[in-house]
Write a protein that binds this ligand. Structure first.
Ligand code: PLP
Length: 419
């Protein structure tokens, strides 16, 4: 937890959780006749009215294709889309809005780096370090390159708490290490990784660092320049925005030197059969075809909303929810927490002896509580802990302590039924 941020929060008014909840119509839903308790935020967070309204506004008032049109609607759509790029730049504290590439999400952003930077810069025998905490989307693109280019993927191990072993990290570097690809926050366990330190170590070894920020951006302020990230990726739908829009941040000098990875409209300067086709400058070089215009605009609205609430305050509130939930579930007989890092985001992963995680999730849904079960796209991590699935409750700013208490009661009931 960032102590400076916490101090700042203590001086600012407390979070108005009721006022925040009123902005999320979905939270009024009943599920199986009970009020919805939505604890699947690490998979997808819910969207506030201002984000939902953006779609009505866009399609109702200025739906048009961007960049190419000379009419008013096209101008307005382009201005809103490019305005969103500026919002993302400020959100990440990037130096230049040209460093912000819109993608479909984190997965596409990482695949862009693998297929553009990776193919241009990696040779057989070169090494990419990933951590055992990674989501499959930060493992498989590198494994594909290992198959196709002959690079080597090496894995940073974790200890019993799900904390990355930094000594082992340092020993994995060789003169062939070109890239570290690591998440900022683990989706399966909630571990917050020391990405600033890891970035310094990577750069000391002349390697680049790509950070998967899918689970960090909803919970803490991110400063890509402070971290000195070479690449940073996140998804809109986990940070109160829509699906279909995400971001790749990349340092301008890297992006400028990278070849395009998809060809088509919007990403060229000129196309010819007689002389070589030339490509647009960044960021457009990496945004071939018509993008998800409404979604990108809505992502900007979501980030403004998050910044308005205040990420420092969000982090403090979620830490309180996590502490209450951890204490509550720890009293349940046979329940084992996985991921007990001292530095953790609002994610609670657990298994119960003698009970299938799937049964727990299905039964607790009958009580109105939405949690996730499965491997969380982190099979290697779960295998390290000898399980193939966990239950995961994950928190967002609109969750309440009362919801946490109801969840613990419901879980106790369910565990009593299935054991
Ligand atoms: N990385 C992490 C840490 C995630 O939690 C997720 C989604 O759960 C992803 C990457 C993939 O995100 P998306 O499916 O939005 O591309």
């Amino acid at each position: 937890m960032n102590l400076l941020a916490t101090d700042h929060v203590l001086e600012t008014p407390a979070l108005d959780v009721a006022g925040i909840r009123a902005q999320f119509p979905i939270l009024e839903r009943q599920v199986h006749g009970r009020p919805l308790i939505y604890f699947d935020n690490a998979a997808t967070s819910q969207t506030p009215l201002c984000v939902i309204d953006t779609f009505r506004d866009y399609y109702g008032r200025f739906n048009a294709n961007i960049h190419r049109g000379l009419h008013t609607l096209a101008d307005e759509a382009t201005a809103a889309y490019e305005g969103s790029r500026e919002t993302v730049r400020a959100f990440l504290n990037a130096a230049d809005r040209r460093e912000i590439i819109f993608t479909r999400g984190t997965t596409e952003a990482i695949n862009l780096v693998a297929n553009s930077w990776g193919r241009a810069n990696l040779e057989p025998g070169d090494e990419v370090l990933v951590s055992l905490l990674e989501h499959h989307s930060n493992i498989v693109p590198w494994q594909l390159l290992a198959d196709q280019l002959g690079i080597v993927v090496k894995v940073i191990p974790v200890d019993e708490r799900g904390v990355l072993d930094l000594d082992a990290y340092c020993t994995l570097f060789t003169e062939r290490t070109r890239l570290v690809a690591v998440n900022h926050v683990s989706n399966a366990f909630g571990t917050i990784n020391p990405v600033r330190e890891m970035s310094t170590i990577a750069h000391d070894h002349d390697a680049r660092i790509l950070i998967d920020g899918a689970q960090a951006t909803p919970h803490q302020a991110v400063d890509v320049r402070g971290i000195d990230a070479d690449f940073y990726a996140f998804s809109g739908h986990k940070v109160y925005g829509p699906t279909g829009a995400g971001v790749l941040y990349g340092k301008a000098e890297l992006l400028e030197a990278m070849p395009p990875w998809q060809g088509g409209g919007e990403m060229i300067k000129s196309v010819s059969f007689d002389v070589p086709t030339t490509f647009a400058d960044i960021p457009h070089k990496f945004e071939a075809g018509t993008p998800a215009i409404a979604e990108v605009i809505a992502l900007g609205v979501a980030l403004d909303w998050v910044s308005g609430v205040g990420l420092a305050r969000i982090g403090v509130w979620e830490a309180e929810l996590l502490a209450r939930a951890t204490a509550g579930v720890s009293r349940i007989d046979g329940l084992r927490l996985l991921g007990t890092a001292p530095d953790k985001a609002g994610v609670l992963s657990f298994v119960v002896d003698g009970a299938h995680s799937q049964d727990i999730a299905l039964l607790i849904d009958q009580l109105g509580v939405a949690i996730r079960t499965g491997n969380h796209c982190a099979q290697p991590l779960l295998a390290r802990f000898g399980v193939d699935a966990t239950c995961r409750a994950s928190f967002a700013v609109y969750n309440t302590l009362e919801e946490v208490d109801s969840f613990v009661d419901a879980l106790e009931r369910v565990v009593g039924m299935v054991r």
